[in-house]
Design a protein around this ligand. Structure first.
Ligand SMILES: [Zn+2]
Ligand SMILES: [Zn+2]
Ligand SMILES: [Zn+2]
Ligand SMILES: [Zn+2]
Ligand SMILES: [Zn+2]
Ligand SMILES: [Zn+2]
Ligand SMILES: [Zn+2]
Length: 349
């Protein structure tokens, strides 16, 4: 702190010895150099900061000598402080009529004077200068950096940011564009959701849409729509039931057809088994006959009856093979039909 204003002295003339040689004000924490000149302690420190060979300007002005100032060659001037302390002074703050000793002034009054201009102490960075006496009411009511609570979401922000906060506050009431009701901003989407929202003016599908009514109706007017369209809705229901019954009937028919085909397949399978058995028997007989004929040939005798039997056997073998082919073809067709029918039954399910 540099020195005090000369104007605090009630007697108008202030002696030179009470003044700092640098700031030319009333000494604050006076020190005296070895050349006998006085400076405020902070002024002296400022003078020597970053400078090695500082000359005492007062000595120079008086033309005495070039005195190099140094921290080692100075002392705290308690004598001049004592003299100053008993001087009668006044407070210069506007509105303050305090008077008293200089000591009381510098030790107590300037630290407590209600009229002293100070910087707002709000740590969030308020730059306002105010009189000390108004500080508490400033912090409470006026400080732009005072913390306020959002009345909608209770978040705490500096007063100066509240408007920005309100622009994005999730809980501030917003007017629903459909029904005009006020809903918290974060709820507006849910409020108008076509499935789960509770907005009375949102459009929803008619409850009879599955039986054919494709009207979109305002939620609040659904009962009215149901009353007005009762006849149409009933007709739709009737048509729906009729088509449902027809579907049941055709499904039942298809199931019957499948059952029939299954029975026929079983029959064919049995026939095939029988034919296979017959063929085996014939084959067996033929082998016997062939070996008998070979025996007779060896004896040089081929009877007419044997030749006849061989021809007959060959004929029946050919006929048997033909009917086998036919049966196999039929079987393939049946399997095709079953596959198609099964497919349709699955679809109607
Ligand atoms: Zn000074
Ligand atoms: Zn000097
Ligand atoms: Zn004062
Ligand atoms: Zn403030
Ligand atoms: Zn808020
Ligand atoms: Zn609404
Ligand atoms: Zn409807």
């Amino acid at each position: 702190m540099v020195g005090f204003s000369k104007d605090i002295f009630i007697q108008s003339l202030v002696e030179d010895k009470y003044l700092c040689q640098l700031c030319e004000k009333v000494l604050c924490d006076p020190i005296q150099t070895y050349c006998g000149h006085r400076y405020c302690e902070t002024c002296f420190e400022d003078l020597l900061r970053n400078n090695d060979n500082v000359l005492c300007s007062s000595c120079k002005a008086e033309g005495i000598m070039d005195t190099i100032l140094s921290v080692q060659q100075m002392y705290h001037d308690k004598a001049i402080q004592r003299e100053l302390n008993i001087q009668h002074v006044r407070c210069l703050n506007k509105g303050c009529d305090w008077t008293g000793s200089f000591e009381d002034y510098r030790v107590n009054h300037i630290l407590t004077c209600e009229y002293e201009m100070i910087q707002c102490v709000n740590r969030n960075g308020c730059n306002v200068s105010i009189q000390r006496g108004n500080l508490s009411s400033h912090l409470e009511k006026d400080c732009p950096m005072r913390i306020v609570k959002c009345e909608y979401c209770t978040v705490e922000v500096p007063f100066t940011n509240i408007e920005t906060h309100l622009l994005e506050c999730p809980k501030i009431p917003e007017k629903c564009k459909l029904c005009g009701e006020f809903v918290p901003r974060e709820m507006i989407e849910q409020h108008t959701d076509t499935k789960t929202g509770d907005c009375v003016r949102k459009m929803i599908a008619c409850q009879f849409q599955n039986v054919g009514c494709h009207d979109m109706v305002e939620k609040s007017k659904m009962a009215e729509h149901n009353t007005r369209s009762m006849g149409e809705h009933l007709l739709m229901m009737l048509q729906f039931i009729i088509s449902l019954m027809a579907m049941v009937r055709s499904t039942r028919n298809k199931i019957d057809e499948v059952e029939n085909v299954r029975t026929r397949i079983n029959e064919h399978e049995n026939q095939i088994k029988q034919l296979e058995k017959n063929e085996e028997t014939l084959h067996h007989k033929m082998t016997e006959m062939v070996s008998a004929a070979q025996n007779e040939n060896r004896n040089g005798i081929i009877t007419g009856e044997n030749k006849h039997l061989a021809d007959k056997h060959e004929q029946s073998t050919r006929a048997l093979n033909n009917s086998m082919t036919v049966v196999n073809k039929k079987l393939a067709t049946c399997e095709g039909v079953v596959a198609v029918l099964n497919n349709q039954v699955e679809k109607t399910d």
